[in-house]
Write a protein that binds this ligand. Sequence first.
Ligand code: FES
Length: 284
Amino acid sequence: MIQSVLDQTELQDLAKRVDTAVQAVRDLKGDAREKALAMKTAIEEFHKSALTRMIQSLKSDPHGKELLFAMIDEPEIYAMLSMHSLIRPDLATRVRSVIENVRPYMQSHGGDVELLEVTTDTVKLRLAGSCNGCSQSAVTLRNGVEEALRESVPEISHIEVAPNEPGPSLISVESLLHANQKGWIAGPAPEELTDGKPFRIEGENSGVILLRSGNEIQAFRNACAHMGLPLDGAMVDREAGTITCPWHGFRFDCRTGECLTAPHAQLEVLPLRLEGGIIHVRPS
Ligand code: FES
């Protein structure tokens, strides 16, 4: 374990100072703004080039590689490498985020897409509604998903579309009543949640945590945006409205899931609804 030079509070103060300075530059007018932004870009490019060289050298040596992975566990190093796009979220997270981005468009055209599996170079999907069949619009929607995946996640070379599960020839009234519950899992009643303490429920593929803060409840995937480790042991600061990951101390906004330690990192917020006095969450 590498000893951090700054403690958590100092690190947060420093991140705040950087954000304030960047905002001040953005608020400048005209020529001054252009020059300040050009200087910022030049410094960032200079740093990125040096950091890339350092990473390449460390990676070329087995001991250096080990050291590099140990360094990435440090929040300030992780934040800096993320800022320069030198660290990317894992494959499954990137695929999930592409699918979540295209779903609203597909739903607005009467279709839907479900992510079934991600392996090294293959994504398995199931398409529903108007994405099925061979009409022109179904083909266009399917092509849209495939293009979005290929463009944002170039490692994916195969996209498999699973056949739709055969439907019964007669549809029961019961299944119609519960049709809109597909994909939702039942959790606890709101009264079972303790204010400021994460509550863990299990989904089909991965866990979910619920956070209660006063009258508000939020659902997140139980995977920290840093290394995907579980958050159910996280500390919640009710006054500040933040949750701190127990593994390496990344802090997130309790309501939005936005990471306050590393810019651009984000907890995955899940849809949630209250039905029959029970909280329901849709994990995928
Ligand atoms: S801060 Fe590293 S896994 Fe959460």
